[in-house]
Design a protein around this ligand. Sequence first.
Ligand SMILES: *Cc1c(COP(=O)(O)O)cnc(C)c1O
Length: 406
Amino acid sequence: MSDEAVVYLDHAATTPVAPEVCEAMLAVLGDPGLAANPSSGDHAPGRRAAALVEQARAEIAALIGAQASEIVFTSGATESDNLALLGVARGSGWRGRHIVSSRTEHRAVLDALAHLEREGFEVTLLDPGAAGHVAPQALAAALRDDTVLVSLMHVNNETGAINDIGALGAVCREAGVPFHVDAAQGIGKFPIDVVAQGIDLLSLNAHKVHGPKGIGALYVSERARRRIEPLVFGGGQEQGLRPGTLAPHQIVGLARALTLAESRRESETARLRALRAALWEALQGCEGVLCNSPLDGHGSPWILNVCFEGVEGESLRYALDGLMVVSGGSACNSMHQEGSYVLRSLGRSDQQAMSSLRFSFGLATDAAGLARAAAEVIIAVRWLRAIAPAPQSASLRASSSAGAVN
Ligand SMILES: *Cc1c(COP(=O)(O)O)cnc(C)c1O
């Protein structure tokens, strides 16, 4: 595959920085008048840097229906998830030690929860099952008198399955339990209103929406603020919840990326929904394909996850080296030699999970690139099935066509 033919389809792992974002960040980095510490309120340059940070904070808050004082800057969604989970769990004191989440959360949530279990907390993980999203009734049934936090993701990073955040938030509000949402794959792609959707804590980052890596935020409602404890200690920045010198160029980049994403949200949603449908259509030219993503309104137009039955996962990965997609789940899982826990929770076998590919889209994704990608994948799959067939599954032997999971 020549260089110009490379099609980047791993936007759910990270996205290239948009030129407008790069420009806004460079303007801050390159201006000696903005080089002061935003916490140095005693001099004008410090106050100028602080004003820039506060303007970005207000822009981000407005995008999600929050107050500026409820936005805490962090290094990204992983840190935001950890601050929300560990911070609220440890800060809930006598109220209880039970937390509800789901099996298909990102590792940043699952590993933080595993740590809390070692501290003596009890965790209930809901199983979204074949649907891929958590039923509000299942959440209601899992809540107890001693439940101190619910943590559920907005959009799944492997399959694109969307949780009905408003309905889940209503269950939490009714029960008086703080609700944390990992919105790393949802922010800038779907409208979020923390008040209307009953959200108390929301993790977001910049690098999944054409912003820089290494910057994110946690929305902490005034209500949740009374319970949350910091994870690190220092100079008192971010109301003592996340001390450390603020990075104005990163914060400006985050705000610019999110406002740009919002301005393009509707047109990009429509454009990518059509492109995703066309890619799925093209991939069905290959027999024995199963869709791991909801294709209806419960699925994100930014992600298509497909299982190619009868292909050995590792060979598929090598055969598609020039094609930037992710096999076997997500970038985070690709370090593990097992089928993705998210795909297995849909009811896929280990083998099916290993022979699945995630295609994820962004601003530069176009019809020509996807057509090329589809053609290449189909050639590779047919070739691999011919030379190194994996244990054949029943549905392939029956040569059934596509089966969608909705
Ligand atoms: C990418 C991602 C994260 C981690 O975000 P970082 O900013 O890279 O730390 C957490 N949750 C989900 C759902 C993600 O997709």
